[in-house]
Design a protein around this ligand. Structure first.
Ligand code: ADP
Ligand code: ZN
Ligand code: ZN
Length: 847
């Protein structure tokens, strides 16, 4: 293809348009790599677009408009991600430009900025102007004060550029027209950068005359750097500065031959000047090493690399390593009980992948878990790790993104949205706790990061490891069918026993009121014994607040949110009734909305009430509570976790926040206050979820030297998910569930797509849902079932009425064809109606 062949840009615009659009390149631009942002005309607006491809074939549509500008110097994502975005747009029926917008770090467009830059011609012609004002052509006035900076740096800073552009001096326009300067649109990097520290390495050069201070500095340096300065796991190999990819390289904890400058100055404050001198004489060398700080604000805990794998870990690695080396798509399901050492498998698999020159993507359900895994990965891989989680500021997030895109960071760890991390060639994708519902995005682009991990692995010929102690029923089924290779680890590291689980049947506990107690005598006794023994306990309840119901004493009805079809929860500290869905709040002293009575009584319970009752039972115990109310921000959250880790807490009370991934070796007792909380939810996954949750909480006990004990309080002791959790019987749960779902035709035996309608007027929502329901029944093929429409289980949320229509089928293709037709019909029918339709492909949550 010659240089003059006209090119057509295929662009995904950031607007609700399902297909990419074609544009001619902007003036002066020829070829451009996919992943660049463009400014493109759309109707009468100008919008951001993302370049997907350059084509030589002209598009069918011939009145082609030209893109207006290229917005960045560099692409924002690697070209290999284009097929990924296309697939997501198709599968989730979501506009492709919005898919990409969602994938990129937030706030990108807001932070693009204009920079005044010197052109080559300007670099030749403008200096004469600065040196001899008025001597040469057209300089009636002295040169502008910003010229020197422009000449020395080649461009002005973002702030300076902004001032100059605002003031609009005459030179700006003139020099621009003459091609001496140009204004560049550029992404602004925020000043928040990864923290670094200077590491000093002594060089082997002898016998030069030195000042005493230099001599002393050098001696101290040699002493500190010599042999035993490494932390645990020091290998004795030299640090490899600037090679973050080498897994054996320095990792911030262990730098056998280098010494942090900070350390040196602490020992000998006079070293500052001496170091400068030593550096110019090549007696030392320095490099910048990234500093990791754990979210606890401490030096990160260091986890040494175990010398020996357990027998099961070795067996698993023997199957993983060849797969990684083949560089083909290879999906694995790693089913390992809690404490079996899955993390070490992830780390070794990552080592193998890095050694091949490919990158690693690690997904974790939530920041809670990320901290544990973060520590392990940073200990092992130091500078090669980039973190993508919600605790980062926009600037930090963007920096991490750039490090990954540029290949400087080779391991990305993050929650669900990290599936979009811009790794150029991922060779390994890990999804830890793959069953976790947090992998499903429940708003906007409703994707499942676990499913996308498999897709990305397929497209990039990568190994994918889905890991869990309680795999999703659908994942285990896929493994049984040979779609994933099953890896099992059935024993805890060092053969620590699994905790014993005792069931306390609340129906049999006698109380004066006849109502089941919050704490059975068994649980109180167990907590007391554990306190006396000086061990830690966890008390778990998946419900926050003080009382989850507020009843009217006169008419007996519950007080509901004014905006949602849900009961309000009483929060004692806030002394208010709160809606957990929309945040609506009303004072406790309000009237019954039904009968205007003034006596409202709290009923039911939540974690806040547990804490109060426990204080009564154990006035001397040190209690802490972890739920959304007590840990509004990440800092608070880590403060509590740190206190538990440092054994300043005897009993930790909390919601599922305390169940995930934490490794507290001193916790020997777990009390589950009410195991049935999730069983009443109208969702086909309720039993599976309950089993998973109970197993996770149970897994927090007995992770150290002492064996663990778990007490489960329940009103449904006969329910299989509770009985099977007691027996640590995952297989049993799987058999039950898979048979049940086969009878009902639910996943994995069938596929689901949920269409949700919502609007402010109930009649309108209902009418549209019913029309589309009829249409669906007519259009569906015989194998597809149309269920509903019916009001959604949460039929009113945030002042919007909600209906849903569930499509259930065997294969994906007919379901998607039907969806396509329905979307067309919706566009035709809805017109200017305000009823919104949103699609949920493979729904995780039927509420
Ligand atoms: P899981 O994620 O499967 O619940 P972890 O990965 O947290 O389990 O491992 C449990 C504990 O065992 C951790 O403290 C971990 O450091 C330790 N461990 C893992 N593998 C080994 C090994 N091969 N030798 C010694 N300790 C190990
Ligand atoms: Zn009332
Ligand atoms: Zn509400």
């Amino acid at each position: 293809m010659s240089d003059d062949t006209p090119l057509y840009f295929e662009v995904a615009v950031a607007a609700p348009i399902h297909q990419p659009l074609s544009y001619a390149p902007p003036p002066g631009v020829k070829r451009l790599a996919p992943g660049h942002r463009l400014l493109v005309p759309l109707g009468r607006r100008q919008v951001t677009g993302y370049l997907l491809a350059c084509h030589t074939e002209p598009p069918a549509f011939n009145a082609l408009r030209a893109a207006l500008a290229v917005l960045d110097d560099e692409p924002l994502f690697p070209a290999a991600m284009v097929p990924f975005f296309r697939w997501i747009a198709d599968y989730y029926h979501h506009p492709i430009g919005e898919v990409i917008q969602h994938a990129l770090p937030a706030g990108l467009s807001r932070r693009s900025t204009r920079i005044i830059k010197l052109t080559d011609r300007g670099a030749e012609e403008l200096p004469s102007l600065a040196q001899s004002p008025g001597s040469k052509r057209r300089a009636p006035s002295p040169p502008p004060d910003w010229l020197p900076e422009l000449l020395t740096r080649g461009e002005l800073s973002a702030a300076k550029s902004a001032t100059v552009i605002r003031r609009r001096p005459p030179e700006l326009k003139r020099w621009q027209e003459e091609g001496l300067i140009e204004i560049d649109n550029r992404l602004r990097r925020e000043s928040v950068r990864a923290k670094t520290e200077t590491i000093i390495i002594p060089q082997n050069q002898q016998s030069v005359p030195l000042k005493p201070s230099e001599q002393k500095t050098l001696e101290l340096l040699r002493e500190l750097a010599g042999g035993n300065s490494g932390g645990p796991g020091a290998s004795g190999e030299p640090a490899v500065p600037g090679d973050p990819g080498d897994p054996s390289a320095s990792n911030g904890h262990n730098t056998p031959s280098g010494v942090p400058r900070r350390e040196l100055l602490k020992r000998y404050p006079g070293a500052g000047r001496a170091l400068k001198e030593l550096l110019t004489r090549n007696l030392i060398s320095t490099f910048e090493q990234r500093l990791y700080r754990d979210p606890f604000g401490d030096a990160p805990p260091f986890f040494p690399r175990p010398e020996q794998l357990t027998a099961e870990q070795s067996t698993v690695m023997a199957r993983l390593t060849p797969a990684i080396d083949r560089r083909e798509y290879a999906p694995f399901l790693l089913h390992g009980i809690t404490g079996s050492g899955k993390t070490e498998i992830y780390l070794r698999a990552a080592e193998a992948t890095l050694a091949q020159g490919r990158q690693v993507l690690v997904l974790v359900p939530e920041i809670a878990l990320a901290t544990q895994l973060e520590g392990h990965f940073c200990s092992r891989f130091g500078n090669a790790v980039a973190l993508l989680h919600s605790g980062l500021s926009g600037g930090q997030r963007f920096d991490q993104w750039s490090l990954l895109l540029g290949g400087e960071a080779k391991i990305a760890i993050g929650a669900r949205s990290a599936i979009f991390a811009p790794l150029p060639a991922p060779g390994l994708i890990i999804v830890d706790e793959e069953h976790d519902p947090a992998y499903k995005q429940e708003e906007g682009l409703r994707y499942n990061a676990r499913d996308l991990a498999l897709l990305r692995g397929l497209q990039q010929q990568a190994t994918v490891i889905l890991g869990s102690a309680t795999p999703a029923v659908s994942s285990y089924h896929a493994a049984r069918q040979g779609k994933f290779e099953l890896l099992e680890m059935t024993r805890r590291v060092e053969d620590r026993p699994l905790p014993t689980v005792e069931i306390v049947d609340l129906k049999e506990v006698k109380t004066v009121s006849g109502l089941p107690p919050l704490f059975s005598p068994q649980l109180v006794r167990a907590l007391k014994e554990n306190l006396v023994a000086g061990h830690q306990s966890l008390v778990f309840l998946n419900r926050r607040g003080f009382a989850n119901l507020v009843l009217c004493k006169d008419c007996g009805r519950p007080v509901q949110c004014r905006h949602c079809q849900v009961s309000l929860t009483y929060h004692k500290k806030a002394d208010a009734l709160l809606c957990h869905h929309c945040g609506y709040r009303q004072p406790r002293a309000s009237l019954c909305p039904h009968c205007r009575s003034g006596t409202l009584v709290p009923a039911g319970f939540g974690t806040e009430r547990l804490e109060e009752e426990l204080r009564r039972h154990f006035p001397a115990a040190r209690l802490a509570r972890l739920d959304q109310d007590t840990s509004r921000d990440r800092k608070e959250f880590f403060k509590v976790l740190k206190a538990v880790r440092d054994q300043e807490v005897d009993i930790l009370i909390g919601t599922q926040m305390i169940t995930k991934g934490h490794h507290f070796p001193q916790v020997t007792l777990v009390g589950i206050v009410w195991a049935d909380a999730g069983l009443g939810i109208p969702d086909y996954k309720a039993a599976e979820r309950t089993f998973q949750l109970l197993t996770q909480v149970t897994g927090r006990a007995g992770r150290g030297e002492q064996p663990g004990r778990v007490l489960v309080q329940t009103l449904q002791s006969e329910h299989y998910s509770i009985a099977l959790a007691q027996a640590h019987d995952y297989q049993g749960l799987f058999e039950q569930e898979i048979a049940l779902r086969r009878r009902l035709g639910f996943p994995p035996w069938g596929r689901l797509i949920n269409l949700r309608f919502d609007g402010e007027k109930e009649e309108k929502v209902q009418e549209l849902a019913q029309k589309l329901g009829e249409f669906a029944r007519q259009a569906a093929d015989p194998a597809t079932r149309v269920l509903g429409p019916a009001p959604a289980p949460l039929s009113r949320l945030k002042d919007r009425f909600r209906w849903q229509l569930l499509l259930k089928g065997q294969g994906v293709a007919p379901l998607h064809r039907l969806c396509q037709a329905l979307l067309g019909e919706y566009t035709r029918l809805a017109g200017s109606s305000t009823v919104k339709l949103s699609l949920d492909v493979d729904p995780e949550n039927m509420l």
